[in-house]
Write a protein that binds this ligand. Structure first.
Ligand SMILES: [Mg+2]
Length: 233
């Protein structure tokens, strides 16, 4: 296979939805506080990272945080599942056609690298009409709290799944935040930034992606950027 493409979810494939509200409700139910959630930055972080940051700011120690995380994810996923039908995720422009065309290419392997816990990733994608099994492998916030660890997890799962190997320049990490770019760079993959999340172009450029796209709306250009050889698109 020519390339392993590892997509972020929020701000990259889909937007909107009730996840922040579901997370807030779950934090209140399990920990009695969501800390200073209103002004807190979520973009590009893993779910456990966000929970730990907020709970530390609320005065919790790590042992108290750890002891509640399993319950937190259970309540969060229940809340998310309940709320998504009335406030579904929306696929970002071009995403449906882009995924259709990538899925039709037998030389391309599709995976996820996302800060979402795995159940949340599945719920969000399916809510937007994107089947989770279009991505046979992934690495999730539930695998590791630190995003920089996730591409390695995804690449190892991909090697086992496809019984194929890729040099790092055949792996592409695609996301909407500097944290996506950093986690790809930590594994020497190619990186493609897409400015459809909450981070502006300039900030994304400063993160040093190999390529930056305004969006996936121009699907031909997006395919060339994602699947093309380094420096070609
Ligand atoms: Mg994102």
């Amino acid at each position: 296979m020519r390339a392993l493409l590892l997509f972020d979810i929020d701000g990259t494939l889909v937007s909107g939805g009730p996840a922040k509200k579901a997370f807030h409700v779950a934090m209140l139910e399990v920990f009695g506080t969501a800390g200073p959630i209103a002004g807190h930055e979520f973009s590009g972080k893993t779910d456990p990272q966000i929970a730990r940051e907020l709970l530390r700011l609320a005065g919790f120690d790590d042992a108290a945080i750890e002891s509640g995380l399993e319950d937190l994810w259970a309540v969060y996923l229940a809340e998310l599942g309940t709320r998504l039908p009335s406030r579904p995720m929306v696929p970002l422009p071009g995403v449906e056609e882009l995924l259709d065309r990538l899925r039709a290419d037998s030389q391309v392997a599709l995976g996820l690298v996302t800060g979402n816990v795995e159940g949340g990733a599945r719920l969000k994608l399916e809510s937007a009409g994107i089947r989770a099994d279009w991505f046979p492998v992934g690495a999730y916030g539930s695998d590791h709290e630190h995003r920089n660890e996730l591409p390695g997890v995804a690449i190892e799962r991909a090697r086992r799944h496809w019984r194929a190997d890729w040099v790092s320049q055949d792996v592409v990490v695609i996301g909407d935040t500097p944290r996506d770019i950093a986690c790809g760079r930590a594994h020497f993959t190619r990186t493609v930034a897409v400015a459809t999340g909450k981070v502006d172009r300039r900030t994304l450029m400063e993160a040093g992606p190999d390529l930056l796209l305004e969006s996936f709306a121009d699907v031909d250009r997006a395919l060339d950027a994602i699947c093309g050889q380094p420096g070609r698109a």
